[in-house]
Design a protein around this ligand. Structure first.
Ligand code: NAD
Length: 423
């Protein structure tokens, strides 16, 4: 009985899932055993206790983490997540995925990630600022423009990035905008960063549609999650000609088989805080969005939402993982067998980190680019990553996820091998 339970828990452990994905690709590309062992574990894990003064005058302790998985190709890069369900294992998995993501789009960063166990929905702005500043101070021993550059993730905003930049700069005595990306434009942020994840996702979905010979104008899209990634994906895809037929957020969903009016829906969400209650569509259950009749499904919320249980009922022809880790390995196998093309997270949501890289480059040079230039550079990176992924997937007759891992792991392994072992 106990054994059964632990087997279930270990199947659900997102860190073990990330390691299993690496193990599979190691076999496929014949990765050197020592390098495989090196890449299977994080380089550095920092756990901090963060005391925060609350509005009632008391102070509370929060647990926070910063994990650096691999830095062979450059400084660490990865978001910071504020969420009650953050765990160290989750942060480790997200850090490893960042390593592969940066390598796949070929930007000179390693993988890192951070998180604080907290519930920002029940904290005031002042409490959030106190938490952010103290957390930044605690992890400042391992972050910096040349070491590790945080960014936004779930429930962390440009304002939070501004506080991180300010705290780090105050400690040094001068402004260091390159310590963090996803900042507001006025303090060294990049044009196009807010929509970059969604835009990158659009570019690879366009490529996938082209590859399977489908017309964009006829395609129907369902999106789970209506935050930064999901909402802008809906906006950009509808502007491109896709029909957005279903969307959801944490409170529920709305659908219209003929296409939702995305501009009105965005205005409604910004006004009320949810898509629920929008009169331009029918109310549907959050989970039903995943199984909605559509051509492209974009999971853009949290992990592990596509499972062995619902994978047989998914109707989309393409699944574009705007979220990190939305598909369980068992579900992945089912979707592959059913001929559904899954554009893996490390490809489909790599637009965010790519424009973060552009932001960092602009900050270091104090030279800021026009938005068209940024979008054009982003498109080149995304299209190239899609084609390299597709080429590897076809060559090995494997899924797009495995194809993407082949490209990424080989790049990181090469850098690790070339640098050699110190001392
Ligand atoms: P966000 O906080 O802006 O939005 C999250 C959205 O998900 C919200 O609309 C929320 O209501 C919804 N949500 C939460 N729980 C849900 C549930 N159970 N069912 C349906 N919807 C639910 O976060 P984001 O930045 O859009 O990130 C979403 C995903 O995209 C995460 O997995 C994140 O790691 C990934 N991602 C984001 C970026 C980025 O640049 N923002 C980059 C790469 C990957």
């Amino acid at each position: 009985m106990t054994q059964d339970l632990s087997a279930v828990q270990s199947r659900d452990n997102v860190w073990e899932m990330a390691q299993r994905q690496l193990d599979e690709v190691a076999k496929l590309i014949g990765l050197n055993e020592s390098i495989h062992g090196y890449l299977r574990v994080p380089k550095r894990v920092l756990e901090v206790s963060v005391p925060v003064r609350m509005d009632d005058g008391s102070f509370r302790m929060f647990a926070g983490y910063r994990v650096q998985h691999n830095m062979s190709r450059g400084p660490g890069k990865g978001g910071i997540r504020f969420h009650p369900d953050v765990t160290l294992d989750e942060v480790k998995a997200l850090a490893m995925w960042m390593t592969w993501k940066c390598a796949l789009v070929n930007i000179p960063f390693g993988g890192a990630k951070g998180g604080v166990i907290c519930d920002p929905k029940h904290m005031s702005m002042q409490e959030l600022e106190n938490l952010t500043r103290r957390f930044t101070s605690e992890i400042s021993i391992i972050i910096g423009p040349e070491k590790d550059i945080p960014a936004p993730d779930v429930y962390t905003t440009p304002q939070i990035m501004a506080w991180i930049m300010d705290t780090f700069s105050m400690q040094a005595g001068y402004s260091i905008p390159g310590v963090v990306t996803g900042k507001p434009i006025s303090i060294g942020g990049s044009l196009g960063r807010d929509k970059a994840t969604a835009r990158g996702c659009l570019y690879v979905v366009d490529e996938a549609m082209h590859e399977i010979g489908r017309e964009i104008r006829e395609a129907r899209v369902a999106i789970q999650g209506f935050g930064n990634a999901g909402m802008y994906a809906a906006q950009l895809m509808s502007q491109r000609g896709y029909h957005i037929v279903a969307v959801s957020d944490s409170q529920g969903g709305v659908a219209d088989a003929h296409g939702l009016d995305v501009s009105r829906l965005m205005a409604y969400k910004l006004e009320t805080g949810s898509v629920v209650g929008f009169t331009g569509g029918d109310r549907i259950d959050n989970k039903d969005v995943l199984e909605y009749d559509c051509d492209v499904l974009v999971p853009a919320a949290l992990e592990k939402v596509i499972t062995a249980e619902n994978a047989p009922r998914i109707k989309a022809r393409i699944v574009a993982e705007a979220a990190n880790g939305p598909t369980m390995p068992e579900a992945d196998a089912i979707l592959f067998e059913r001929g559904i093309m899954v554009l893996p997270d490390i490809l489909a949501n790599a637009g965010g980190v790519t424009v973060s890289y552009f932001e960092w480059v602009q900050d270091l040079q104090n030279n800021f680019w026009e938005e068209e230039e940024i979008n054009e550079r982003l498109k080149r990176k995304m299209v190239r990553a899609f084609r390299e992924t597709s080429e590897q997937a076809n060559r090995h007759k494997v899924s797009m996820r495995m194809g993407a891992y082949c490209v990424a792991v080989a790049r990181v392994a090469e850098a690790t091998k070339l640098r050699g072992l110190y001392p």
